[in-house]
Design a protein around this ligand. Structure first.
Ligand code: HEC
Length: 127
């Protein structure tokens, strides 16, 4: 009986590992889907929100300013739903210490949906 349990436990572990891999593949496929050229309407919409907010007082697309260049942000993070959620919450709550000592001010009035659209557009800058 004990042996059976061990076998089951091992099988469970293996299944857990396999599941992890599958998830990576799904994320990669999803990435291909979100990662369209900047002519993508999602890019145009997200960037319009960025330009309409205060983001440009600290960020430029090509070079670091008070905050990191959006191109560098795109190079650092894969365009996955998880990263979009993570970065959107940092934009809303503010952030410090990831890129340096400069602080990104919180954007508490920004809706999570708009923040996600902005971040999505930024991550589309990945070459
Ligand atoms: C007051 C200056 C300032 C403003 C305004 C600002 N940022 Fe930032 N941003 C920063 C700084 C500084 C960092 C790096 C923070 C860190 O090191 O944790 C940053 C980091 C980021 C990051 C990367 C976060 C990470 O986890 O790597 C994203 C994405 C971002 N900003 C998007 C935006 C968007 C979108 C807006 C407009 C809604 C915006 N920022 C407005 C200064 C600013």
């Amino acid at each position: 009986m004990k042996k059976v349990l061990v076998v089951f436990a091992t099988a469970g572990l293996l299944a857990a590992c396999g599941g992890g891999e599958k998830k990576d593949n799904a994320a990669a496929e999803e990435k291909e889907e979100v990662k369209k050229a900047p002519e993508d309407p999602a890019y145009t919409e997200g960037m319009a929100l960025v330009l309409g907010s205060d983001c440009t007082t600290c960020h430029k697309i090509e070079e670091p300013f008070t905050g990191p260049a959006y191109k560098d942000v795109a190079a650092k993070y894969e365009n996955t739903p998880e990263n979009i959620a993570l970065l959107s919450s940092r934009v809303i709550k503010g952030s410090k210490g990831i890129w340096g000592e400069a602080q990104m001010t919180p954007h508490a009035s920004l809706s999570p949906e708009d923040a996600a659209k902005m971040v999505k557009a930024i991550l589309m800058l990945k070459k």
